[in-house]
Every structure is written in C-alpha cells, then in structure tokens.
Design a protein around this ligand. Sequence first.
Ligand SMILES: C[S@@+](CC[C@H](N)C(=O)[O-])C[C@H]1O[C@@H](n2cnc3c(N)ncnc32)[C@H](O)[C@@H]1O
Length: 210
Amino acid sequence: MVEELIEAGLKPHDRVLEIGCGCGRIAGPLLDRLTRGFYDGLDVDSHAVAWCRENIQSLNPRFRFHHADVRNPFFNPKGSLSPLAHRLDGLEPKDFIVLILVFPHLPPHVVLHYLKELRALTRQTPNARVFISLLLFKSRTPELGAQEGFLPCRRDDGVFYFEQSHYVFAFNEAEFLRWCRSAGFEPAGPVKYLRHGPRLIDSEAIVLLR
Ligand SMILES: C[S@@+](CC[C@H](N)C(=O)[O-])C[C@H]1O[C@@H](n2cnc3c(N)ncnc32)[C@H](O)[C@@H]1O
C-alpha cells in the first residue's frame, strides 16, 4: 500500500495525516520513506495508538500518534465524542491525508461529515491530496449481497450494503464520488480497484481526491 501512496504523489518532505492509523501498518514502512516530512496518525482505538507511540514514535519524533475518543460501534463503542462532532479544521495544514479501510467502518452520513471536514482542512493547502481506500461496488443485486451477509440499505436514490457483525459498509462507486463532489472535492483520476474478487469484502478500491 505504501507503493500506492508514492504512486499517488506522496513526497519525502510531505506533512502527512493518517486518519484511522490502526497499528501503524502504513506508518511503519513510511519511517524509511518520509525522510524529511512529518506524520501524524490518529485513531479511536487507544491500544493501537499506545502501541504506535511505543514502537514507532519512539524511533522517530517526526512521527506522532494521537487518540481521538470518538465513538465507533466496533472499534470504540464507549467513545465520549460522536463522530459528527469530530472536527479536523483545527489541525495544522497537511499535504497528504490517508484513510485506509476507515470508511468501510462508517455509515454514509458519517462519511459525508468526514469528507466535509477533510475539505475544510485541505483548503489551507492548495496541492493537498486525500488518499482513501474503501469498499466500493459498481452494481450489485440484493441476492448477491445477502449471500455474503450484507444487507441492502436505501439512502436517497441509492443503495449501500451493510454487514452488521463487523460493522462494515460498502458503497456504490458513482454515489460515493457524488458525495466527494458535494463536499467540494474532485477525484484526481479514475477509481483504482486493488482486488477484483466478486465478493463485496474483496472490493477494496482507491480514490484519490484533491
Ligand atoms: C480496518 S481498520 C484499518 C486500520 C489501518 N488503516 C490499516 O489499514 O491497517 C479501521 C481503523 O479505523 C479506525 N477508526 C474507526 N472510526 C474512526 C474514526 N471516526 N476516526 C479515526 N479512526 C477511526 C479504527 O479504530 C481502526 O483502527
């Protein structure tokens, strides 16, 4: 995935923000790549953040990790802050923002909230890019979704799919791009599918926004 970030334009001197950094799967390899820049990782899982501080931040103080006590039914069910109250506009300017497999764990109205917050943050930096990986589909029948444990849910004119036990969401590609545009973003190229498996859970795609 780090190669994908570099292909998407990540530079050694960038100021990077990773939302949903987890256990540092991206931050670890970036230690060798982000040689002059700064990295801030943010997550709602306090154990993951503690691990990253101990094992990554300790190696390089230009890498910092922050806990946001934002509620997520799967990752932080007792979080004190609603995701809709989670603001990003107070953060320092960033050149490259990364969200890898975070939107698959957020419902559509929360995804829209974060897209708007991201837009407010990137307005400060003319060439800022937002690299998002998520589960997308182009077309789906409810029967196929049901076979995988995903329920079709209606929102406005579109359908998204929801798997309850792991709190996973998959969105229609065209609809997700509409949400991005409504937040003020323009996709910086076509959607790239990383895997082409027929299952929703295998349909990880990259969307690069600016
Ligand atoms: C599937 S994991 C992916 C972790 C990491 N990006 C990776 O690819 O290894 C989803 C991550 O998103 C985090 N997360 C969920 N809701 C979040 C939110 N509102 N803000 C920041 N992180 C969130 C979870 O705690 C979890 O670490």
